[in-house]
Design a binder for this molecule. Structure first.
Ligand SMILES: Cc1cc2nc3c(=O)[nH]c(=O)nc-3n(C[C@H](O)[C@H](O)[C@H](O)COP(=O)(O)O)c2cc1C
Length: 393
């Protein structure tokens, strides 16, 4: 689900992870959502309401009576919200939800909320595994409430087990990138590393940031995303199905395997054109052997997918140009047979490898105007433009 412009009500209950709700609120805002807060009286003993009023910019709904000029906050906030997420959710609050009790603000909002509901239970692992908590979670699931399961790990009480509040970014990922998937994107991301010996390799500077931005854009718009990833620095959300590869040969193999499932294939990875003919078993000594490195051509993954593509599949190529970008990209586009080509020139000092910005242009078979120009923008903007082109084609 796209969080841009979404209205999210964040319910906070009395658990030690309540302080992490501050970060969750900020992350949801950064991803474009407007957030308001309701708290149980117990939650206010863990983190004060002033923090959440300041962060959200709205009064926190904390009392079932005495709401002053806002007498119907218990229905106003749920009615305003597109999504209600209770994070962290205590065992006690879970029990209230399952029993239909509305004795304090968070459970009252739960009863009054008609839209999508999410719950993030967090507690000691023995409490989490106890029959009443598991029964209450099952009841909520049967009512269509989305449950984000706690992590396994070191708990605040000093014990180890399942019950840990997940990282706030992962909770935001679950909201943004979870849900039903109707179409599938196959995307290659990152760089390849072609081994020379056990120590050295041929590679390039791709960080995977552009590919990761594209994967996120398709995920948030309800696509299933399979990413064939070479080495890279960019982070992908858990909701992205990821296949890790090292070199062009293994990327070609993985893409070929996954290709039939895809409605669109984006060739974003920076694949080495050549690799050493043989990989030395031992480190090559400092000798003249390196001066004579023999290379062989790598498989052309783009050509392979275009030659084997189904009629409905969209193929998106990437071109990285450091000079004559428009002429070179136009030529590559015409020769390749791809449906869309994204050209980027990542060598300016303002953007490019590992940065959040890049100079780019997009060529499409469907465009009425065959000429195109380069524009400077964020990799997120590139991803959005590409998504709109692919989904409208
Ligand atoms: C220091 C401390 C930490 C607690 N942490 C949790 C917790 O992580 N999860 C939980 O379910 N209850 C936890 N509790 C117990 C709840 O605060 C207690 O059940 C309370 O009634 C929850 O009320 P609420 O759901 O109305 O906020 C903790 C209690 C204390 C004193």
């Amino acid at each position: 689900m796209n969080l841009r412009g979404k209205k999210i009500l964040l319910g906070i209950t009395g658990g030690i992870a309540a302080y992490k709700a501050c970060e969750l609120l900020r992350i949801l805002q950064k991803r474009g959502a407007e957030v308001r807060v309701s708290m149980t009286p117990e939650a206010t003993k863990f983190v004060g309401t002033t923090t959440f009023t300041a962060l959200s910019g709205f009064p926190v709904y904390i009392k079932t009576e005495d709401t002053g000029s806002k007498p119907f906050q218990h229905i106003d906030y749920p009615r305003w919200a597109d999504i209600y997420i209770v994070a962290p959710c205590s065992a006690t609050s879970l029990a209230r939800f399952a029993a239909g009790s509305g004795e304090e603000p968070v459970s009252l909002c739960f009863l009054a909320m008609q839209g999508e509901k999410w719950v993030v239970p967090a507690m000691n692992y023995v409490m989490y595994n106890s029959p009443p908590v598991q029964r209450n979670l099952e009841t909520l699931k049967n009512w269509g409430v989305n449950i984000i399961e706690p992590d396994c790990g070191h708990l605040a009480c000093g014990e180890e087990g399942k019950g840990k509040f997940p990282e706030p970014a992962e909770i935001a990922d679950a909201l943004e990138f979870g849900g039903n998937k109707e179409k599938t994107l196959l995307i290659t991301i990152g760089r390849t590393e072609e081994a020379i010996d056990p120590v050295r390799y041929i590679s390039n500077r791709s960080s995977g940031k552009t590919g990761a931005a594209i994967a996120r854009e398709f995920l948030r718009n309800g696509w299933r995303v399979i990413a064939v990833c070479g080495p890279m620095e960019a982070r992908l959300p858990k909701q992205c199905e990821t296949v890790h590869i090292q070199n062009a040969e293994s990327m070609n193999h993985a893409v070929f395997e996954m290709r039939p499932q895809a409605d669109a294939i984006v060739h974003c990875a920076a694949v080495a054109d050549y690799s050493p003919k043989t990989e030395a078993e031992q480190k090559i000594k400092n000798s003249r052997a390196m001066e004579m490195l023999e290379l062989k051509e790598n498989p052309n993954i783009l050509r392979n997918t275009i030659e084997n593509k189904s009629a409905e599949q969209k193929i998106i190529a990437f071109a990285l140009e450091t000079e004559n970008a428009i002429e070179n990209a136009t030529k590559k586009f015409e020769e390749s047979g791809a449906d869309i080509l994204v050209v980027n020139t990542p060598v300016s000092n303002k953007g490019g490898f590992g940065k959040d910005f890049v100079e780019f242009g997009i060529l499409s078979k469907n465009a009425s105007e065959k000429s195109f120009s380069l524009a400077y923008g964020s990799k997120e903007e590139l991803a959005l433009q590409l998504y709109e082109l692919v989904s409208s084609a």
